[in-house]
Design a protein around this ligand. Sequence first.
Ligand code: FE2
Length: 377
Amino acid sequence: METTIAAPKPRSSTEVDFLPLQGTDYVEFYVGNAKQAAHFYKTAFGFQSLAYSGPETGTKDRVSYAIRQNKLTFVLTTPLRSDNPISNHIHKHGDGVKVLALKVEDATSAWEETTKRGGKSYLEPITLSDDDGEVVMSGIHTYGETVHLFIERGNYRGIFMPGFRKWESNYNPPDTGLLYVDHCVGNVGWNQMNPWVKFYEDVMGFRNILTFDDKDISTEYSALMSKVMSNGNGFVKFPINEPAEGKKKSQVEEYLDFYDGEGVQHVAVATNDIVKTVSDIQKRGVEFLNIPTTYYDELPARVGHIDEDLEPLKKLGILVDRDNEGYLLQIFTKPVEDRPTLFFEIIQRKGAKSFGKGNFKALFEALEKEQDARGNL
Ligand code: FE2
């Protein structure tokens, strides 16, 4: 099946990108126990200790651990008391993504340009400073209770951000080859995909580069629709999913029920060697969706020649898809918390810029099996 991607560039050559993004700065999770979550991400995914913020550094109401692997930075934040708004967030949603932080050259301009186009302000531009310089940040709301922060760190030399100190730990499991955020997917409610597509177009200057309708993404039982939004230089990609009517409950609907609202469904992280990364992560205890081995019988005919041996892909459950520009390898974890909400994708792109449309059926059948076991199909 051929997939063509619209070039992620401004709508006309004379149009200036009013929100130039340099990529994802970090992803912040609100969690019930950041100390244990940091341990999990270090142990299971190979993140390295980076920075710490809490009462000892002058932040009295919360604790945050910043962890990093190559260009992938996660911040895990937990409130210290029940009257903290973060506690309400966790009570409602469980552990989940609060902030998709984007790196910009000018956080003040990013806030002005987006709010004047209808973006709802979350944080007016503020300057945080310490002995290592300053970071300017601002932010706007997106779907659900999720927010985008714009981070300007051109004048900062410190380890992460003012308010944080270096986190020295004696426990440093080796990394697993995860490199950077490839894309982050949001699940939104019924009839909400197009309004959010319009938000990313109007407020953030993104373009819709790919669309999947319920015929592309359906199994015998359930369906969803998806549109992929990309910024001008293609560094930031946000697919938006909406449930669609099927015989049974859409996986997006299950998410919305258990997250109690719209939010980030999965974060896809890139690797240059998916077989090595996934073997490693699996040994460290991360569970992946089980793909029926019959998937691999028809794989050579569907994707043609690939550099990788089929056996390890089959053993690990790694999926392959091809588009006009090349191919990609991808795999999906099971949810990383007890609520069937957030999970991770690991992706290796070999030319392909698409999202694995040829794998949707196998993938969603695997997801439905899990959903059924939970009694939510
Ligand atoms: Fe994905």
